[in-house]
Design a protein around this ligand. Structure first.
Ligand code: AKG
Length: 251
């Protein structure tokens, strides 16, 4: 085992922490200096161009951009998730979260309320492309909230997504801010309650969510994903054959 492999192995205490709290991290996949050219590539070749999903330009850019593919398949992320989900690992989609100054609030929600996967098994890695602080709307999470499924209801018109968790179902005084340097990420469960406030600063906030599951999960191509969508078999093998995989794009 080389040093990197050893660093990406989760300890028993880290696994226990994830089980109890539904999140883990932050960890560094790379330094802020290493993230600088990747950020430039994303600014010039991803944010200003159409992606594979005609309705969601920020989604599944691992399919058309090699730098995004490399982030999604990064061993610092995938090997740690393998420490929780086992040796066969699928990145089923990716999504950029761009919040310019003035960008709208993402209300408290559990991701699984929105997703086309069955059974509902997922760990997300949210990796910071920009420096992300309370000032420019870092994610907030509620540790332990992944242990129950919460009812969702219609969100208000000023929010960036159409449904939100029932406000009676959680206690915001328990919220933790996930401030990250460029290249840092944290992991969280498909049921962990999370939010990000309106960006009232003058600083852009850009991050990438990498959605990770296992081969026995069906990825349905409903209205969330476009026809022709492909996932990444990031580690191990798929003996089930339900899902479609693509390789690293070469443009
Ligand atoms: O970046 C954000 O503000 C929201 C991210 C999010 O909801 C997610 O990654 O599931």
């Amino acid at each position: 085992m080389n040093q990197d492999d050893a660093n990406n192995q989760l300890s028993r205490a880290e696994v226990d922490f994830y089980v109890v709290n539904g999140y883990l991290g932050p960890y560094a996949a790379m330094t802020p200096a290493e993230m600088t050219p990747i950020r430039r590539e994303i600014e010039t070749r991803v944010l200003n161009s159409a992606g594979p999903n005609p309705r969601r330009p920020m989604q599944s850019r691992h399919m058309d951009n090699p730098a995004v593919y490399d982030l999604a398949a990064h061993p610092a992320i995938i090997d740690r998730i393998a420490g929780l989900l086992g040796p066969d690992i699928v990145v089923w989609t990716t999504n950029f979260w761009l919040k310019d100054p003035g960008g709208a609030e993402i209300p408290w929600h559990q991701d699984i309320n929105f997703w086309p996967i069955e059974p509902p098994v997922n760990i997300s890695a949210w990796i910071a492309i920009d420096k992300v602080t309370v000032e420019n709307s870092c994610l907030q999470i509620i540790p332990g909230s992944h242990r129950q499924t919460v009812q969702h209801m219609r969100a208000t018109a000023d929010m960036a997504i159409h449904e939100m968790a029932d406000p009676q179902a959680y206690d915001v005084s328990q919220a933790v801010n996930m401030e990250l340097k460029p290249g840092e990420f944290f992991l969280f469960s498909e049921r962990l309650l999370h939010t990000s406030s309106k960006n009232t600063s003058q600083k852009r906030r850009l991050g990438l969510s990498i959605r990770v599951t296992v081969p026995f999960v069906h990825i349905f191509q409903d209205s969330h994903l476009h026809p022709g969508h492909t996932a990444i078999l990031a580690k191990g093998k798929d003996v089930m054959g339900f899902n479609r995989y693509g390789g690293r794009p070469n443009n």
